[in-house]
Design a protein. Structure first.
Length: 134
């Protein structure tokens, strides 16, 4: 059932945010980072890539892993660029939503990456509009 799956997803994201908020960053960030990176080691699994991007955006809040994300912004921007260029629509959408989360939370660090992110976002939007109006 789709509602049950959505509830499970929301519950899992809530728990991950709770871990990110309550555990000390030196404990939680290595765990999050390793799992996020491992999702990109399996190119055949778009669900893992999409989930890693959703999680990354979700834990970028100030009371969670914001400082760690700022420290690794170059590496994480590379991940977002890969996500925005992914062949899977849902991965691209998740990357775009994570960019929005970063634009709200990871300032000014993420905004300084505009030269790398903006062309990718424009490509995603163009592709979506072409699909709608083709």
């Amino acid at each position: 059932d789709r509602d049950e799956q959505e509830n499970t997803t929301e519950f899992a994201l809530y728990l991950l945010l709770k871990f990110a908020s309550e555990l000390p960053n030196p404990v939680s960030w290595p765990l999050f980072k390793a799992n996020i990176q491992s999702a990109w080691q399996e190119p055949a699994n778009p669900f893992a890539r999409r989930a890693s991007l959703k999680i990354l955006g979700f834990v970028s809040e100030p009371d969670a892993l914001l400082d760690c994300i700022k420290d690794d912004i170059d590496e994480l921007t590379n991940l977002l660029v890969m996500g925005l260029k992914d062949t899977n629509d849902e991965v691209r959408d998740a990357a775009a939503l994570t960019c929005a989360e970063f634009a709200d939370n990871v300032v000014p660090d993420f905004l300084e990456e505009a030269d790398r992110i903006l062309p990718c976002l424009i490509d995603v939007l163009s592709q979506r509009l072409e699909a709608i109006y083709a």
